[in-house]
Design a protein around this ligand. Structure first.
Ligand code: ARG
Length: 500
């Protein structure tokens, strides 16, 4: 039979915690010793493919990966944000061959990214339909890999066009990444394979070099029968480089769930080859597909894949309209310029939050109406709640009660049950952050932020703040809540507003 241990935390402890948070303006991270000290962590995320447009899957990886990085950074780890872009592989044969045909003057008149997706489709079509083109493409890959200068030039141009487009999306989302694409590992592949061979892991299957691992119905193909290297080869070389050359302790990969088995096989191979250490961690964070409101794969009305930039634009446009309506109704005092910038912050925040606020493995239905709703567990609701809170703190200050100053005197912050419940919730912050740094589940930050906001709402509903006898105490609680909420927004990469 299970017993219970009841513990009651001293009110003074809760109060002192909140006063300190209000005074410092910072919520404490978990102690780094909780992780056995500072770790070198590499997060492999976003990772779109050159000459293709980023799709919603890459959006998920970018948003989830960025939050994981932010949490690890907050904890004090040494974090490397790596964009493992698909800049190598057999598709470049057809792309380069097609470029020579379709854009003979490519140096002076290169295609832009929108053309580039069409370009990709056309190249693929030619590749599938035309035997001679197929043959030429295959030869071109060999030439590229052998370092042929003209092939290299076209390849670099393709990478450059895509890179600029990716950078625009990252800038909008406020995400930083270091590009270390697949091509970077190409020269390291033979050595990695020979290490696997020495460990006795490689077998020959019909001329291909493969690594069979127990419990998997297919092997890793480290060298194809034609001698070429593919996705598996690159990831094997990359994991070896990261663990053994860069000396990374933890590697976290963020991709769709469809690739889970691939990564688990790479992890197992690395372990069997002796590249991992006892405290090392190799993790795959897999996410489900983004669906339209009809439950099918998310597509535009005409059945095309949704362009990421359009999706972000749409969210901002809708938010701008809803803010303008509020201004017209007298519910919002923002100037036209402020409306524009607020719509961007809230619009992007809504897209991010919609993705982050559930377990990554679940598929989610993309719905502008839901994510932009002012009620329920949405970024919009939370950002409004925060702005309201900030306005209480401002009003109190105008009445001569400065939250930070008030926090410097010892006071009882837990006299009312709703005050205490809120104060207790605030003390949970660093535990939540620690759990995200352990399990890589950003949803925990969202759940926590929502809970804090609900506790805050209950508190202000029952406890009058302005002009109350307990105004000083309550303003300190408001300020501490604001600090914790802002810390959560920062971890989620959501820009908050002090006024809406
Ligand atoms: N480029 C891949 C894709 O679009 C994701 C790469 C993930 N990282 C890796 N090391 N394989 O699906």
């Amino acid at each position: 039979p299970a017993g219970f241990v009841n513990a009651k935390i001293d009110d003074a402890l809760l109060g002192d915690f909140c006063r300190e948070v209000a005074q410092q303006g910072k919520a404490p991270p978990p102690p780094i010793k909780a992780f056995g000290g500072k770790r070198k962590v590499l997060v492999d995320f976003s990772s779109p493919n050159i000459a293709k447009e980023m799709h919603v899957g890459h959006l998920r990886s970018t948003i989830i990966g960025d939050t994981i990085c932010r949490v690890l950074e907050y904890c004090g780890h040494d974090v490397h944000r790596i964009n493992h872009v698909g800049d190598w592989g057999t598709q470049f044969g057809m792309l380069i061959s097609h470029m020579e045909e379709a854009y003979p003057d490519f140096t002076s008149n290169p295609p832009n990214i929108t053309d580039l997706t069409v370009f990709y489709k056309n190249a693929k079509k030619r590749f599938d339909d035309d035997e001679a083109f197929k043959k030429k493409s295959r030869e071109t890959v060999v030439a590229l890999q052998a370092g042929d200068p003209r092939c290299r030039e076209i390849w670099a141009l393709l990478c450059d066009i895509s890179r600029k487009e990716f950078a625009r999306v990252y800038k909008r989302l406020g995400v930083t990444l270091e590009e270390v694409g697949e091509s970077h590992y190409n020269s390291m592949i033979p050595n990695a394979i020979s290490l696997l061979e020495k460990a006795g892991l490689v077998t020959d299957s019909d001329g291909a070099s493969t690594v069979f691992l127990e419990g998997h119905s297919f092997p890793l193909i480290v060298k194809k029968s034609d001698g070429g290297f593919g996705y598996d080869s690159t990831d094997i070389a990359a994991i070896h480089h990261r663990l053994k050359t860069l000396g990374v302790d933890w590697v976290v990969y963020v991709t769709d769930l469809g690739q889970a088995e691939h990564f688990h096989m790479c992890f197992e191979a690395a372990e069997k080859a002796g590249w991992t250490s006892a405290e090392g961690r190799l993790c795959h964070v897999g996410f489900g597909v983004v669906q339209g409101e009809d439950g099918k794969r998310f597509k535009t009305r005409s059945g095309e894949t949704v362009r990421l930039v359009d999706l972000l634009d749409e969210s901002v446009t809708r938010m701008e309209k809803s803010l303008k309506d509020r201004v017209a109704e007298g519910k919002c005092a923002l100037s036209p310029d402020e409306v524009k910038s607020a719509a961007e912050k809230i619009g992007y925040g809504a897209v991010k939050y919609a993705d982050l606020h559930q377990h990554p493995a679940t598929n989610y239905k993309f719905s502008y109406d839901k994510m932009l709703s002012t009620s329920g567990n949405t970024a919009v609701y939370l950002l409004f709640a925060h702005a309201r809170l900030a306005s209480i703190v401002r009003k109190a200050s105008a009445k001569g009660v400065d939250a930070k100053k008030a926090a410097s005197t010892k006071m009882d912050l837990c006299a009312h049950p709703k005050e205490r419940a809120l104060a207790f919730e605030l003390t949970q912050f660093s535990g939540v952050v620690a759990s995200v740094a352990e399990e890589f589940l950003p949803v925990r930050v969202c759940d926590y932020l929502y809970k804090v906001s609900c506790k805050f709402t209950e508190f202000v509903t029952e406890c009058k703040v302005l002009d109350d006898a307990r105004m000083a105490e309550r303003v300190v609680l408001c300020e501490a809540t604001g600090v914790v909420m802002r810390a959560c927004f920062d971890l989620l990469g959501i820009e908050y507003l002090m006024q809406i």
